[in-house]
Design a protein around this ligand. Sequence first.
Ligand SMILES: C[S@@+](CC[C@H](N)C(=O)[O-])C[C@H]1O[C@@H](n2cnc3c(N)ncnc32)[C@H](O)[C@@H]1O
Ligand code: SF4
Length: 338
Amino acid sequence: MSFTYKDNTIHKKTIKGIKNVVGKIYGKAVNLIKIGSTASPSKPNKICIELTNRCNLNCPFCLVGQQDQKESVAHDSIEREMSGMDMELCKKIITSARDFGLKEVNLTFQGEPLMFKRTNFIKLVKIIKQNGLKAIVYTNGLLLDRDYSRKIIKAGLDECRFSVDGITQDVYALNRVGGKYSQVYQNMKDIVQVAQEEKSAIKLIWQFIAMRNNEHQIDEARLIANKIGIKFEVKTFAASVPELVPKDSKYQRTLKPPPCHDIYRQVMVYWNGDVVPCCYDLEGLEIMGNLNDSSLSEIWNGSKFQIFRERLNNVLQNPEGEPELCKGCLKYDSPSKA
Ligand SMILES: C[S@@+](CC[C@H](N)C(=O)[O-])C[C@H]1O[C@@H](n2cnc3c(N)ncnc32)[C@H](O)[C@@H]1O
Ligand code: SF4
């Protein structure tokens, strides 16, 4: 028996052992193929757009949410400025993504995307669809209501992922500080119903990050999701807070063998147009260019990206060249961790 999770597939011990060996061989083979090839390997599949890096919650495992552990709780002490993207830039990025041949736009990076102005969010979903791309959003789900859900669905959103990490108020509020479980539960129920009424094929997912304080609620959460009619996925925890790593090994994240493949699949753009290569680059350690000034293909094929790829591709042969950003990676193993 095995459960499929977003970042990891967790199997019984023997199968896991075999997988680890296969994974390591695969990683080395990919590395051998990539060595010496710093030219851009085709293009990414998707772009993640940070509409705003502001948020209505203070999740303790998230850089944005961690603001409440600092003196000011005004979401103003993140290193880079807290703000939202200009609509003209949003449109330009979507066109640039289409021209470059991308397939998906995720209107999410740091922050809560549904804090973006509602009418503009709906406009963006429509524009993404008019350009033939898939439109996705990850949200804490608290700012929805039936009317807004209907508008988003009618605009053509393809996938909406709800981050809900607990099924009682006390546990949920440990992880989603400032959130009300009964509210998000109602909002998930409502959007499922609205999707049925609109005969929409939207993919609705309840995403539950497995942590020490909520792992005992996972089975019941799955039952509740089934009852509501929403797909349920467990996401492994990127160990940003060590004490929150789940006890049960089946919920723990196994770091993948290097080199990293993620930088070939997607790119991220901050609200100000800065492009970064990885979702763990929260503070702009590796800015590859700015989409106000350049197209996505120019940035992807630019020298900064090529050098970055080369350093990562060669990480096993040349560990000293490993980018600072990657040393603390919560998804891939790194020579600096050995
Ligand atoms: C930074 S959030 C932004 C979107 C939205 N505010 C939300 O919470 O869904 C993007 C995604 O990363 C997830 N996330 C944040 N910190 C995480 C961690 N340490 N491990 C795993 N997933 C994490 C969130 O649950 C969410 O699915
Ligand atoms: S809701 Fe999302 S962006 Fe906001 S603090 Fe939590 S994880 Fe971070």
